[in-house]
Write a protein that binds this ligand. Structure first.
Ligand code: AHR
Length: 506
């Protein structure tokens, strides 16, 4: 007979981490593979609207309640001429896209993206090219997007049919500029100077914008965290955020170790916070830099296939990871990690949104399907709004090849005061044993359980396809509330959401 793990939690309204910035449920669309062409935009698709956007995709994005979408890259932005993507479509050039070695037709550009973002009810987060270009292209693009009228670039936008400014508030100062693969990559000194001068010019054009200074491409970069220290010395005055990017994969095919990788994400965030605060201290500044975790996900399944793709095609299927059940569990843990740091992580973008390492997949001319990772992202985005609470957690632990003291129970808690709703997100990392948790919620008088949603599967490698959704949530989770104590059961290898609401007086 299976053993059962025992864990305990204490949840109290007074143990607050922070108000959650909804933008931590953001996402990312790059001109890469079939993200834009075949994902967002497919004028010949049966569901295409008057602008050529797939309405099935719009509906799925709305379902996720994505608050902000980063665009247009990614590596692609570092050699991108934004001017190619505006004006009459028939005059737009076809270019060699150097990051992914494809042909970019420029049928979608800044204005079309701004149009699409309105349709899905999100905000845009634009990146400027600090690889092959710099201050001038960045300030012109900002003037084009945000200045009302009466100047060369704002009037050009109006001439292009966009009378009102797009008012884009969040801007990334380049992308992964520390990466040797980046077109126009820079040393920390070179980037710091360029980003500072670009930021100065951009905030002169529009002081209301917020800027993201480029952090390291991932925590394994040899220059991490020295890159953060050097670049922030330059950009601290103008930057509001520093970026973090991280992707994980189960390369060693060791599920227990894989599910612990969110501990690495936690350490990455801690180190970036420490580096930001070191610069704050050094500069005697009162300003606190926030974190924009603007690329995060699992990415490794598609890598061998991508090496075989012929270059210079239009929108080939690139980075089309098919996610399995264990990936969904890790994504749940990563979302919990972000909530745990919601006092400093104010923006985060699941990379990416459609077709390219994405929760939503489409078939050209055909249907749409939800990957396994769609579900933890969906539930956390929709119900993880309000205040993040810091639960006290007593959980048995394990060691894996890379990590020690990994708690079997990974949890986060969100209290939505307006809705009088308490939401627990939890993963049982144990591969074979169920877990019983006694959770003290005595501070939440008159609350009752409304649902316990579970994502579980016997096979960690189970995937979803257009034809068959093997991994999908059910609402038959086992938990009971008695005298202020929640008695919870999490089955082995499961992601869970328990939602409690105050009983209405009626
Ligand atoms: O999201 C895919 C790629 O990953 C992005 O273009 C780049 O920024 C990162 O390396």
């Amino acid at each position: 007979m299976n053993k059962t793990l025992k864990a305990e939690m204490i949840i109290d309204k007074d143990y607050k981490i922070s108000e959650i910035d909804p933008r931590i449920y953001g996402s990312f669309i790059e001109h890469l593979g079939r993200a834009v062409y075949g994902g967002l935009y497919e004028p010949t698709h049966p569901t295409a609207d008057e602008d050529g956007f797939r309405q099935d995709v719009i509906e799925a994005v709305k379902e996720l309640q994505v608050p902000i979408v980063r665009y247009p890259g990614g590596n692609m932005v570092s050699a991108y001429n934004w001017e190619d993507g505006v004006g009459p479509k028939e005059e737009r050039p076809h270019r060699l896209e150097l990051a992914w070695r494809t042909i970019e037709t420029n049928q979608i550009g800044t204005n079309e993206f701004a149009n699409w973002i309105n349709k899905v009810g999100a905000d845009a987060m634009l990146a400027v090219n600090l690889g092959t270009r710099g201050i001038d292209a960045a300030r012109n693009l900002l003037e084009y997007c945000n200045h009302p009228s009466g100047s060369y670039w704002s009037d050009l936008r109006r001439q292009h049919g966009y009378e009102k400014p797009h008012n884009i508030k969040t801007w990334c100062l380049g992308n992964e500029m520390d990466g040797p693969w980046q077109i126009g990559g820079k040393t920390a000194e070179e980037y710091g100077r360029l980003a500072f001068e670009t930021a100065k010019a951009m905030k002169t054009v529009d002081p209301s914008i917020e800027l993201v200074s480029c952090g390291s491409s991932n925590s394994n970069m040899p220059t991490f965290p020295e890159w953060e220290r050097t670049t922030l010395e330059h950009t601290y005055e103008y930057a509001d955020y520093i970026s973090l990017h991280q992707y994980y994969g189960n390369h060693a095919n060791d599920t227990s170790n894989y599910l612990a990788k969110s501990l690495d994400m936690n350490e990455f965030i801690n180190t970036v916070i420490a580096t930001c605060d070191y610069i704050k201290g050094k500069k005697r500044s009162k300003k606190e830099i926030h974190l924009s975790f603007d690329e995060w996900n699992v990415w490794y399944h598609s890598t061998p296939h991508d090496k075989t793709i012929e270059p210079w095609q239009v929108a080939p299927p690139q980075l089309e990871d098919v996610y399995n059940f264990e990936d969904a569990l890790l994504v749940g843990c990563m979302l919990n990690t972000m909530l745990y740091h919601s006092n400093r992580v104010k923006i985060a973008c699941m990379a990416q949104l459609v077709n390219v390492i994405a929760p939503i997949m489409t078939e050209n001319g055909g249907g749409l399907w939800k990957q396994t990772i769609f579900y933890p992202y969906y539930y956390t985005s929709v119900y993880g709004r309000g205040t993040a609470l810091r639960p006290v957690i007593y959980s048995p632990k394990y060691d894996s090849i890379e990590f020690t003291d990994v708690p079997y129970l990974d949890a986060s808690v969100v209290f939505n005061e307006n809705k009088e709703e308490l939401v627990l997100f939890g993963i049982n990392r144990h591969l074979t044993e169920n877990m019983e948790i006694v959770c003290d919620v005595r501070g939440f008088e008159d609350y009752t359980i409304c649902e316990h949603v579970v994502l579980e599967h016997d096979d960690p490698k189970a995937t979803n396809t257009l034809q068959q959704e093997q991994v999908k949530p059910h609402k038959n989770g086992v938990s009971q509330l008695n005298d202020g104590y929640l008695n919870i059961k999490y089955s082995n290898m499961s992601w869970n959401m328990i939602r409690l609401q105050k009983k209405s007086d009626k």
